[in-house]
Design a protein around this ligand. Structure first.
Ligand SMILES: [Fe+2]
Length: 204
């Protein structure tokens, strides 16, 4: 059975946090604690889940804000790419597979919004942080950002199956989620025919 993904809005801002879990074993991971630490802890309790790690899509503060609270309450390790979070106990790298009960979560390194940005892929979903939003993509003009790397990271996502559900890091689109196929057809940043047009759109 595919892993379950629960999308959670924080107490402030427009960040999304995610709870990914295996129905049978009840093992769970949090992706981006953001401003939803209390909601995430309550969900773990209500669903009788065993948290095994907190992971971050990247190191920006609005995505890591709840880490200390959740890790302090549960004692689980932090998983992140070292380019963004050098002290993470579980360093993430491209192509890595994380086991979660009966399921697996694949790590895709997608630099560009930040050097250590990653996307997490389950059998039927991708959790995209600030790399890909519904109808938009992440900024490339923040410290450590690189518009050319972001373009190539988005092209990498274009190769994934249309059926995947996109779970973004912020609620910026007309809907909180969409299929990757819908985004391939409508997201102007994915429709750019080449790097130059992407740079013009993203940095213009
Ligand atoms: Fe960010």
């Amino acid at each position: 059975m595919a892993l379950q993904v629960v999308q959670i809005s924080g107490e402030r801002g427009d960040n999304f946090s995610y709870l990914v879990f295996c129905d049978r074993s009840r093992q769970a991971m949090i992706i981006d604690s953001s401003f939803a630490a209390e909601q995430l802890l309550a969900e773990l309790e209500a669903r009788q889940l065993e948290l095994v790690m907190v992971a971050n899509t990247h190191g920006h503060r609005d995505h890591t804000a709840g880490n200390d609270r959740v890790i302090g309450a549960t004692g689980v390790p932090l998983a992140a790419h070292h380019a963004d979070i050098p002290l993470a106990q579980i360093p993430l790298h491209n192509g890595q597979t994380l086991s979660l009960g009966d399921g697996q979560v694949e790590v895709l390194h997608t630099p560009g919004h930040s050097p250590g940005s990653v996307v997490f892929r389950t059998d039927d979903a991708i959790i995209t942080g600030d790399t890909l939003f519904i109808s938009r993509c992440g900024r490339a003009d923040l410290p450590g950002g690189d518009v050319e790397r972001l373009y190539h990271s988005l092209q990498k996502l274009m190769l994934l199956p249309d059926e995947l559900t996109v779970f973004p890091g912020h609620d910026y689109g007309p809907t909180p989620t969409a299929t990757l196929g819908q985004e391939k057809q409508t997201n102007p940043f994915l429709l750019c025919p080449d790097l130059d047009s992407f740079i013009a759109l993203r940095m213009g």
